[in-house]
Design a binder for this molecule. Structure first.
Ligand SMILES: [Zn+2]
Length: 291
């Protein structure tokens, strides 16, 4: 992916820049959703052309956001990374220019001050580290990496239960721990006066979204509270990747009630171009618009 996919939003005095690693991936609904089908996607005509094809396939992106607030460069998630052990075949397609794209907006890796992972899944922690010589090293050597304390506890418990660390934890999480760069934070942690975390558990126990408020303007970066805009219309749809379906559904509905309307720009972590828009009430559920 390349610089041509970079997109920026201004929220008061906060600037958010999208860095894309996988752009507009076309995927069958069944690969993401337990409950989804092409026919069910096609019933929500507003999804085309940005978020679904005419045939009811999903469009998805894998991307991160560089947030500039009060003098800090804050990375929200770090995508898939390079040379990682990918669990899913589609990720092997990644030919990312992630660091080059960051440099093109005048943020070399050494200038990143904070890294916030919304949760510790493989597609949100990848560029935490890079392979240098014979080992994984922190990609952002001057950053404090912020992980939710409960999320880290959950990952450790999972690893104990299976007697094995998942590849993405040993490749992309433990090396930054070992380097002493991690700060474990509470779910409502405030990064600056303008940027705070919002607990949105369910996809994972310590999942957080990111609330931005500056000069009377508001935005929220979703993380994986939902994966695709079809879930505005179908908040009950379960994915194959959520930890607690019941909690994920409740969190999604609460998220939509909280952020519906034109006061809050919603920036979707996996939403294809144009990625940001507004949640509008639509009957018993919602829909999403970028206009
Ligand atoms: Zn994800």
């Amino acid at each position: 992916m390349a610089a041509e996919h970079i997109r920026q939003w201004q929220i008061g005095s906060v600037q958010v820049t999208r860095i894309v690693e996988l752009f507009g991936l076309v995927d069958a609904p069944g690969n993401l959703f337990i409950d989804g089908s092409p026919e069910a996607v096609q019933r929500h005509a507003w999804l085309a052309p940005h978020h679904a094809t005419d045939r009811g396939e999903l469009l998805l992106s894998f991307q991160a956001f560089l947030v500039r607030s009060q003098g800090l460069n804050i990375m929200i998630d770090t995508c898939l990374g390079r040379h990682k052990t990918y669990e899913h075949a589609i990720f092997a397609q990644v030919q990312s220019q992630f660091l080059e794209d960051l440099e093109s907006i005048d943020v070399p890796a050494a200038a990143v001050d904070r890294v916030l992972c919304t949760h510790l899944h493989a597609d949100h922690v990848g560029w935490n580290t890079q392979w240098v010589g014979t080992q994984w090293q922190p990609t952002f050597p001057n950053a404090t990496y912020l992980f939710d304390r409960g999320e880290w506890t959950h990952v450790q418990a999972q690893a104990r239960a299976s007697a094995e660390m998942p590849h993405h934890v040993s490749e992309s999480v433990l090396p930054v721990m070992d380097a002493g760069l991690v700060q474990l934070v509470e779910p409502c942690y405030r990064i600056t006066d303008e940027i705070s975390l919002v607990p949105t558990p369910g996809h994972t126990p310590g999942h957080v979204s990111v609330h931005i408020e500056s000069a009377g303007q508001r935005a929220v970066i979703t993380g994986d509270v939902l994966h695709h805009p079809v879930q505005f219309a179908e908040p009950g749809w379960r994915t194959h990747f959520c930890n607690d379906h019941q909690q994920a559904q409740e969190t999604r509905r609460k998220f939509m009630r909280t952020y519906q309307g034109r006061d809050t720009l919603v920036i979707g972590s996996h939403f294809a171009e144009p990625t940001a828009g507004w949640i509008l009430r639509d009957g018993d559920a919602w829909r999403f618009t970028s206009e």
